[in-house]
Write a protein that binds this ligand. Structure first.
Ligand code: ZN
Length: 160
């Protein structure tokens, strides 16, 4: 991430906002460094309240998924990383407009609080669905795409 920012001609200290689609390790691991210090020092950190609440709960409910070693790792990782920046979370939710050019949509399935973000620019829009492939998710039996997603996305099927 830091190298990509450099290639784009910017740096972590110039990032103003970070919007987390969900709290799996590869999506939150870069917000703090090995010492637990924030990498993006000026950012506002946005996460869905459902997502943050799920991972930070005493015992996240895996009754609709598979509780295994991977899930245990994900729970511990999320609690560790989100806990380090817990006072800095800003929450966003289903249907919310962010900054006048982003629209958030709750898309539970990959995780209970997974969000799809649509980016608007003039008359154009781009749907950013971070992880439509659910095959690695412990929630493989827990995907309920909202109507918008069912109509506009081509959801992947879990591998059998
Ligand atoms: Zn994920």
């Amino acid at each position: 991430m830091l190298n990509n920012l450099k290639l784009a001609g910017t740096s972590a200290d110039k990032v103003a906002d970070i919007i987390l689609t969900h709290a799996h390790p590869i999506h939150i691991g870069g917000i703090v460094d090995a010492n637990g210090d924030k990498v993006f020092t000026k950012d506002e950190l946005y996460i869905s309240k459902i997502e943050r609440g799920y991972w930070m709960a005493e015992g996240p409910d895996f009754s609709k998924g598979t509780k295994n070693a991977v899930a245990d790792f994900e729970i511990g990782f999320a609690k560790n990383i989100l806990g380090k920046v817990d006072q800095e979370h800003k929450f966003y939710g289903d249907g919310e407009d962010l900054f006048g050019f982003l629209k958030a949509e709750l898309s539970p399935g990959h995780t209970p609080g997974h969000m799809i973000i649509t980016v608007f620019s003039g008359e154009e829009s781009l749907v950013h669905n971070q992880e439509p492939n659910f095959r690695y998710s412990p929630f493989m039996n827990y995907w309920v795409l909202p109507d918008y997603s069912r109509k506009n996305l081509n959801p992947c099927k879990p591998l059998t």
